[in-house]
Design a protein around this ligand. Sequence first.
Ligand SMILES: Cc1cc2nc3c(=O)[nH]c(=O)nc-3n(C[C@H](O)[C@H](O)[C@H](O)COP(=O)(O)O)c2cc1C
Length: 383
Amino acid sequence: MSGGVAGADRIGREAAGAAAPCSAKTPARDEFDRLSARGCGFLGTELAIMGGAMTWVSERSLVAAISDAGGFGVIASGAMSPELLDREIAATQALTSRPFGVNLITLHPQLFELIDVCIARRIGHVVLAGGIPSSAAVLRVRAGGARVICFAPALVLARKLVRSGADAIIIEGSEAGGHIGPVSTAVLVQEVLPHVGDVPVFVAGGIGRGETILAFLEMGAAGVQLGTRFVCAYESIAHPRFKRAFIRAAARDAVASVQLDARFPVIPVRALANPATERFRAVQRGVIDRFNSGELSQRDAQLEIEHFWAGALRRAVIDGDVEGGSLMAGQSVGLVTREQSTAEILDELVAQALAIIAARARRLAGDSARALPGASGSRDSGG
Ligand SMILES: Cc1cc2nc3c(=O)[nH]c(=O)nc-3n(C[C@H](O)[C@H](O)[C@H](O)COP(=O)(O)O)c2cc1C
């Protein structure tokens, strides 16, 4: 980790309980590295922490910053054309020599061309998101020599994806920002981690502090993926108003989109509640009324509902329209309190994990000292 900021160094030293930055070799850091070894080996990084791809946010600047600071940045290709993705990868490679990945949306009409761009640019890891990928897509990535990482929303799908050739799995709980599944991170880790050992599993959703990272590593995760926590990095190009909304928000402000009628499905997305959230309910209500009165066909009604959020994330992230855009954010937004450098965020996460390891070691040392015959506080000491 670059860890160049004085503040972060201080946090690291305090947390490790020793006069050393958190990247220094201490027993706590050794233990953390041991727990992270599988994920680090898989990603080729110093830390088993992925920066989850965020459309419009995860571009060259943030991705390179995360990788340079020891994590694993991932470009969000969103709706990019193959030409645009090619340029974005080249620009990111110009900024960092460290490994980073590319996130592709499986529903993209040019998915296979996008995969070919990644292969031609020698991207080592491709994340296939936005649905269960076809085995043809998985095999195309592998045939090009890259590793495939897939999202699994349940154990049965994790097993199926591993059989189809996935090299690693991400399990993402409903606390996450952006498109979400129905199950919380706390339950998914219990469902999947004890049963999927043949490939590395990364945990995402609701992670904002290092203690939680440590807990998941100790449960058997290979690593973690965080998105929300990186939005307010200095290196993130998100509009200042978007960042300000994150800094002000509490966990409960990051709400899942509401579906009013089962006949008109709404893809669940977690975002900060804003006037657009309210307007979306009103639009759904109006569309359903017009459908019920025969004014709209089911198809047109569904399209009108789906159209509501088109371009809304870009309007919020890039243009700073925090009232009319989509403020996708996870519940860990409540833990985002200020703008920080990416290196400082990663240092802080590591320091929080190291503090727990160091405190546990001190407790164990105290316990064994007390258990020694004649030690003060032991039953034999007469004290
Ligand atoms: C603003 C925003 C945009 C996102 N866009 C994408 C995306 O394009 N593709 C994707 O796979 N995940 C996307 N995500 C999810 C992140 O990659 C990551 O998995 C998630 O943020 C982790 O949960 P957390 O927000 O609780 O840290 C997005 C998340 C946010 C907050």
